[in-house]
Design a protein around this ligand. Structure first.
Ligand SMILES: [Fe+2]
Ligand SMILES: [Fe+2]
Length: 307
């Protein structure tokens, strides 16, 4: 008999434990080993996209119009591994925060055991993203050094309140929107679709866990300046994530001037809309639970995560 079966379903289990049990069950039934489940040696299929062209940073601009179809496809490879590279940066931060969270909890609780299980998921995702980025030369598409250092501060401070869960949700749900759409897109490379599929399936558990924890953290949060700080801190983290997803270094891969292409992407209304679309599911939730104060709203708007 497993530990999960040992507790009768009818026993009084608190909601936090109930969720953790369900997520632990799902993790044991439905998890991937990307080293084995992805054919890493498979060459890219000629003519297929690495990410959806409409979601790329330059789509709809004059710079985009001047690129050939092959160059656009080549750029899609670099943009998608840039997103994966930034995703793995945040996942490593999250693993540190989840470990801090688990450090303060009862290890016998299923809640703690799920937090530890999620660290395991993120470890495999980070290796998967690292391998994908390395395959296509995207390891250098990391966030700006200042953002990298700010991440270390965030990792230490955020676990003291709701900003940890709010920023985690933004990172996870932005990527989820893009990957859920991409994994169903038949124009996409098989490798891109498989990476997306693995991540979407496993992240659905993380999103459930973080959404419930954010609600609990808001119930426990001190009102006043401490809450204000967490609201703004989460918005800043979200803005840095949104700004960092496409490294300006990707443009050199197709012979574009880095500065000019970055300027075009930053001022591209289509890319602004893409970011709003990626944030469309999470922003109303953050608002509903009380994580968006006027300053945070201003930051989310500046980052094009809110209209
Ligand atoms: Fe992940
Ligand atoms: Fe996750």
């Amino acid at each position: 008999m497993t530990a999960l079966q040992a507790v009768p379903e009818t026993s009084k289990v608190n909601p936090r434990e109930k969720t953790a049990r369900r997520l632990l069950g799902s993790s044991s039934r439905n998890s991937y080993a990307p080293e084995l489940d992805i054919d890493w040696d498979a060459p890219p299929v000629s003519g297929m996209w690495h990410m959806q062209p409409e979601r790329m940073s330059l789509y709809g601009t004059a710079v985009w119009d001047a690129l050939t179809e092959d160059e656009r496809i080549e750029l899609s490879k670099h943009e998608v591994v840039s997103i994966a590279r930034v995703g793995l940066w945040f996942e490593i931060l999250l693993m540190g925060m989840l470990a801090s969270h688990a450090y303060n909890q009862d290890p016998a609780s299923e809640h703690t055991q799920y937090a530890l299980t999620e660290i395991g998921d993120e470890t495999r995702h980070s290796v998967m993203f690292a391998r994908w980025a390395d395959k296509y030369g995207g390891v250098e598409y990391k966030p700006h050094p200042i953002v990298h250092h700010l991440g270390k501060v965030f990792r230490l401070v955020a676990p003291t309140g709701p900003s940890m869960w709010a920023a985690t949700l933004v990172a996870e749900e932005l990527l989820d929107r893009l990957q859920r759409d991409g994994m169903a897109d038949e124009r996409m490379q098989p490798m891109s679709r498989m990476v997306s599929r693995i991540h979407v399936i496993e992240e659905a558990r993380h999103v459930r866990f973080a959404r419930e924890e954010l609600v609990r953290a808001m119930e426990d949060a001190h009102q006043g300046p401490v809450l204000w700080f967490h609201q703004v801190f989460a918005a800043l983290a979200a803005a840095f994530i949104a700004e960092s997803i496409i490294s300006p270094k990707v443009y050199a891969a197709v012979g574009l001037d880095e500065k000019a292409a970055r300027h075009a992407a930053r001022n591209n209304p289509n890319f602004h809309e893409t970011k709003q679309w990626m944030a469309e599911k999470i922003m109303p939730f953050l608002d509903e639970v009380g994580m968006i104060n006027p300053v945070a709203r201003w930051i989310y708007r500046r980052a094009h995560l809110l209209k």
